[in-house]
Write a protein that binds this ligand. Structure first.
Ligand code: GLV
Ligand code: MN
Ligand code: MN
Length: 440
């Protein structure tokens, strides 16, 4: 298949350079100097939305911030269905600068490469559909524990139970909406109807080592893991660290610690199931007191919902056993649940064509790490979560992965090369053209 994108290698290289520079610029918008942290409905969220809106307008798009704080740019007539390219601008604590961000900025470059001059001196979509870029406001769930708040609102799946979720300061989602200038009563207006959408495409760094190990730049994603998140509380008894003999202790931290080890053991025994205890706190938290209470988180993912749920049942039985032996009590509150999403076969095909088009333009890779010369681009399952998990309920989803050196992500060392970003932009733009050539 020959490439059909008119852009020259220089134009694509310039686009990649702009993505890298803008990722650097957004990295400065943080609540914590010296580290990147940007959470939902924060002043930093408002600042990156303003920047994204400026860049969307510069690409020729009209812009709006929706009722859930997502920043939306659009090129094309209001009544046309849209192909949406998106990802998120919020971050985890002490984040890297590319997770989500690169995908949003690459979407803007795809629009710039595909747009055509309009009669009135502006830009139009030359395709049989409008093009939209959505910068989702909350994918990570860093502030309120529940992930995908922004994209769930767009999918029309907002759950009123989420209004009372609280952040570490005790601020509720409802209060944070009002502080940000959003009206909770209008959340339904963020929802999009399936008939308004053609498809959803997202480019994202892999957040794992597979492409780096294979020495390839890009992959098609086959599916996104299902996920559940829990906050667990273990109750024991706080007593004197010196005076309490072992047979009288009900140490909640030891119960939680043994649970974390059980999570590792039970998940390792299963294919494509992964569990993480990322938060663990002991109370009252003094050196000379046996912990009377422990709280910990559990992030559980699987390729298939059923296997994930069976492992959660096994973990629950194991926790009953551990807590029983240690005379502790435990409770779990589920704060997030999202089903596995399978990428649409047609979108996998057009992304594959897009990747193959980059192999056909080797000059694009000059000075950058080699692109795959293979005839069959890698197809990978995504254990990481993405906005497509929510958007998959209203339209077809396709995802493109970019090589992530050493697979390190959710860490300041997270990286992607400018060469791979250039290949990704071309692959994504070609995929959109291939999609445009398919029947509506
Ligand atoms: C988001 O990056 C997630 O997978 O938790
Ligand atoms: Mn992330
Ligand atoms: Mn992400």
């Amino acid at each position: 298949m020959t490439t059909r994108l008119g852009a020259t290698p220089d134009e694509v290289a310039t686009a990649a350079r702009r993505v890298m520079a803008r990722c650097d610029e957004l990295a400065h918008v943080t609540s914590t100097p010296g580290r990147i942290e940007r959470v939902y409905l924060s002043p930093e969220h408002a600042r990156v939305n303003r920047l994204a809106a400026e860049w969307m307008r510069e690409a020729g798009m009209t812009t709006r911030q929706d009722a859930a704080g997502n920043q939306v740019g659009r090129l094309g007539p209001p009544e046309a269905p849209a192909l949406v390219i998106g990802s998120h601008l919020d971050t985890v604590p002490d984040a890297g600068r590319y997770d989500g961000i690169a995908g949003v900025l690459m979407g803007l470059e795809v629009v710039r490469l595909l747009r055509a001059p309009g009669a009135d001196g502006g830009w139009v979509s030359p395709l049989p559909f409008a093009l939209e870029v959505i910068a989702f406001s909350d994918e990570e769930g860093t502030r309120f524990g529940k992930a995908l708040l922004g994209s769930s609102a767009v999918a029309g799946q907002w759950d009123d139970a989420w209004w009372t979720l609280t952040d570490a300061e005790g601020t509720t989602v409802r209060e944070a909406f009002l502080d940000f200038g959003l009206d909770p009563g209008r959340i339904g207006e963020a929802a999009r109807r399936p008939s308004e959408l053609v498809a959803y495409l997202e480019a994202h760094i892999e957040q794992g080592p597979e492409l780096d190990r294979r020495g390839e730049s890009l992959a098609v994603v086959s599916s996104i893991a299902s996920a559940r998140r829990f906050q667990l509380v273990v109750e024991g008894e706080a007593r004197h660290a010196g005076g309490t003999p072992y047979d009288m202790r009900r140490d909640a931290l030891l119960g939680a610690s043994e649970s974390a080890l059980a999570v590792e053991r039970l998940c390792r025994a299963e294919h494509h199931i992964i569990g993480t205890v990322g938060q663990l706190e002991a109370f009252p938290g003094a050196v000379n007191i046996v912990p009377g209470e422990a709280r910990f988180s559990l992030d559980l993912r699987g390729e298939f919902d059923g296997a994930r749920d069976r492992v959660w049942d096994a973990i629950s039985r194991e926790l009953d056993d551990i807590m029983g032996r240690r005379h502790l009590r435990w409770t779990a509150r589920e704060v997030h649940s999202a089903p596995a999403v399978f990428c649409a076969p047609l979108l996998q095909d057009v992304l594959r064509e897009g990747i193959l088009s980059t192999v056909a333009t080797p000059s694009l890779t000059a000075g950058a790490p080699a692109a795959s010369g293979r005839e069959d681009p890698a197809t990978l399952f995504s254990p990481a979560g993405h906005d497509g998990m929510a958007i998959g309920s209203i339209t077809d989803v396709g995802m493109l992965f970019l090589r992530n050196p050493d697979g390190i992500s959710h860490h300041p060392d997270e990286a992607v090369s400018e060469g791979d970003v250039g290949l990704g932009i071309r692959a994504l733009a070609e995929a959109v053209l291939h999609r445009a050539a398919e029947p509506a």
